[in-house]
Design a binder for this molecule. Structure first.
Ligand code: ADP
Ligand code: MG
Length: 214
């Protein structure tokens, strides 16, 4: 089943970042996008995840074109089906890690998975305030939060920037198991090629195009 279909995307800020890019995501797909800093990877991810509207082209989620959805429908899809793991994690700073997870669990009517917290090594720190946690811990809490929602599509931007290698590998394993178990899909943006090559497909954003690497 097709979860996301992007067609002919073009986008310009001060200069044209990319033009005529198309991308499809099916169940259990993992797609990595690599490219040098400034090539437009994050911008493309923002467009695919509905945070930004491209100058040209279309994005469809679960067969529905987002430009044709009303605000309520788009908000519903975002809340229920899209999971965003971005560099700025937007955790609620005044709250504990657990309270952050509880919000996600409540909104999506899902349960917090203790096993997941243990694997992410945040189980012991779960009652601490977000501001008391290290950057790496905050990153892992934001990963736990997004998986608690059980989204169909994960959009992940440099998810392991604050993590050591073994934790980064564990996070990737958790993502891949999640995709298999939930028939979900993931778009991962990273400059780390080793991480990228763990995905089924790898593209490089270069010279305004997505080139097939794997
Ligand atoms: N909101 C914005 N307004 C203007 N320029 C932007 C904006 N977001 C990104 N850019 C510019 O677009 C280019 C690509 O940025 P980005 O998509 O973050 O690249 P990457 O993630 O590959 O490093 C950069 O030159 C950046 O300064
Ligand atoms: Mg970026």
């Amino acid at each position: 089943m097709n979860l996301l279909s992007a067609k002919n995307l073009s986008h310009t800020f001060e200069y044209e970042l990319f033009s005529d890019i198309s991308l499809d995501l099916n169940e259990k797909d993992s797609v990595a996008i690599i490219g040098v800093s400034g090539s437009g990877k994050s911008t493309l991810l923002h467009i695919l995840s509905t945070l930004l509207i491209s100058d040209y082209g279309s994005v469809s989620l679960f067969g529905e074109e987002i430009a044709k959805m009303n605000k309520k429908r788009l908000a519903q899809i975002k809340r229920d089906s899209l999971g965003l793991v971005f560099q700025s994690h937007y955790l609620f700073k005044g709250f504990s890690a657990l309270e952050n997870l509880e919000v996600a669990a409540m909104l999506s009517e899902q349960d917090i998975n203790d096993e997941l917290l243990k694997r992410l090594n945040i189980y012991e720190a779960i009652n601490q305030k977000v501001t008391e946690l290290s950057g790496g811990q905050q990153q892992r809490v934001s990963i736990a939060r997004v998986l608690t929602k059980q989204p169909r599509i994960l959009f992940v931007d440099e998810p392991t920037g604050n993590l050591d290698k073994s934790t980064a590998n564990e996070v990737m394993d958790i993502f891949f198991e999640y995709l298999e178990n939930k028939s979900a899909a993931m778009v991962l943006v990273t400059h780390d090629e080793e991480l990228a090559f763990k995905c089924k497909k790898v593209y490089r954003l270069e010279n305004k195009k997505l080139l097939v690497v794997k």
